[in-house]
Ligand binder design. Structure first.
Ligand code: PLP
Ligand code: ZN
Length: 444
């Protein structure tokens, strides 16, 4: 019987040479730190609905879904039509456009807390801009982020985000306070330090909900504490925006943040992102016909491709589809079906582990007992860590790829409205088979 690694090398043999070429071109052979896979990366050629196809023509059910940006699957007709039509009419028009107006209106329609909006080209830029706005508004310097929460790769959000600190200036680190995900601890930090400009949070918990917010009122408590202390509350909805509900986490849970950061789904699969929120904060970016303000104190923002018309076209088409409600309802229903089936598979295969999650994100924890309600996992964080060492998640991802499914990081499924019952059944068969394969190799 060949090993999992031998079967992987056989099935994806066409990728081996591309992987070698990648190593000659890119540092580490990859273009995004989460694309590191062993023994080599699988090179994908094209995508269609819930599927993607690699260089060998293998069909894979895709749950990476553009790192969470493809709420309707690969290349949905209405988005493709909008993108193609706009690409033929100019990809950058070098001035204000009607596209950006309609784009911002489509975003605001879904998230009423956004009194003003600005566009950027990535989630990283959006959290960077939101923090700069918060500092300018409060006149304070420090930011508070939570343990393990990920907000992109710029200096201010790198500490304790699951990323290494190479190249981040010590002076910046001194301005970042990392809080445990605990209301009392946050309250203490804000009581003791009066130089905090903002608190930023991943709305469904660290790493798109891998570490759920265990206190269901946590976001409301953060809202209350930040209001009390005059600190800007930033909801990072890069993942949750337009996924946890058509209006994101804030509409689902009835919250009004001061600022919101968005990316991924907001741009319908194109490189785009946004920041929005209270007019009095956002207006710090406006010119005031006052040279001292305009040149010295205003909050600056550039960005060649902000709200470029192709991104605007994809964003509008996607957000208009989401506004109808069926896209989220469909993705959520398929995710629930997947989650139930995964939990049955653990029981049937007598493997310790479980699946949990809300809306259209399903997380898998291997190797630990948990009595949670399978929606909001309440396993202690230390125990969650123990279920996801890199060798285990890579092994699961490899086994699933051999069985025709690509998971997000070997520990989650990002479900879209293009996933249907048949595709979920195939996924569950692949999962059961992968558990058997891993067990027969002693990897479970
Ligand atoms: C919650 C959150 N914020 C910010 C980012 C950064 O977005 P981007 O990769 O577009 O820079 C991500 C990316 O996954 C994210 O999950
Ligand atoms: Zn649990």
């Amino acid at each position: 019987m060949p090993t999992i690694e031998e079967r992987f090398t056989e099935k994806f043999s066409g990728s081996v040479d591309w992987h070698r070429r990648g190593h000659e071109l890119f540092a580490g052979g990859i273009t995004h730190q989460t694309r590191f896979t062993s023994p080599f990366a699988v090179y994908i050629e094209h995508g269609e609905g819930p599927f993607k196809f690699d260089i060998d023509g293998n069909e894979l059910v895709d749950y990476v879904m553009g790192n969470g940006s493809l709420m309707m699957g690969h290349s949905p007709d209405e988005v493709t039509a909008a993108v193609v039509a706009q690409a033929a009419r100019g990809t950058h028009l070098g001035g204000a456009t009607t596209h950006e107006i309609r784009y911002a209106e489509a975003v605001k329609r879904l998230m009423p807390s956004l009194e003003r909006v600005r566009f950027t080209t990535s989630g990283t830029e959006s959290t960077y801009l939101a923090l700069r706005l918060a500092r300018a508004y409060t006149g304070k310097t420090k930011i508070v982020k939570f343990h393990e929460h990920f907000h992109g790769w710029h200096d201010y959000v790198t500490p304790e985000s699951g990323q290494a600190l190479g190249g981040v200036p010590r002076e910046v680190l001194d301005t970042v306070i990392v809080s445990p995900v605990d209301v009392a601890a946050l309250d203490r930090i804000l009581a003791e330090d009066d130089d905090v400009a903002a608190v930023i949070v991943e709305c469904n918990g660290a790493h798109y909900g891998t570490f759920p917010l265990m206190n269901p009122n946590f976001l409301h408590d953060v809202r209350e504490i930040t209001s009390k202390r005059g600190v800007v509350f930033i909801m990072d909805e890069v993942i949750t925006g337009f996924r946890l509900s058509p209006g994101g986490a804030q509409v689902r849970w009835d919250l009004e943040p001061d600022l919101t950061t968005m990316a991924k789904i907001v741009a319908g699969g194109q490189p785009g992102a946004a920041v929005g929120g209270r007019a009095d904060i956002m207006e710090l970016m406006a010119f005031r016909d006052d040279p001292e303000w305009d040149n010295m104190r205003r909050v600056p923002q550039g960005g060649t491709f902000n709200a470029q018309p192709v991104t605007a076209a994809a964003g509008i088409a996607t957000l208009e589809a989401i506004a109808g409600g069926e896209v989220n309802a469909r993705a959520d229903a398929m995710a629930a079906r997947l989650k139930d089936g995964l939990n049955d598979a653990f029981i049937q295969n007598e493997v310790t582990g479980h699946a949990h999650g809300i809306a259209s994100i399903v997380h898998v924890n291997l190797g630990a007992e948990c009595s949670c309600d399978r929606d909001l996992c309440d396993m202690p964080y230390d125990q969650i860590y123990s279920t996801m060492p890199a060798e285990k998640t890579r092994a699961l991802r490899r086994a699933m790829l051999i069985n025709g499914v690509d998971m997000m990081g070997g520990r989650a499924f990002l479900v879209s409205s293009s996933h249907d019952e048949d595709v979920i059944e195939r996924t569950l068969d692949a999962f059961s088979q992968s558990l058997k394969d891993l067990r027969s190799e002693g990897a479970l």
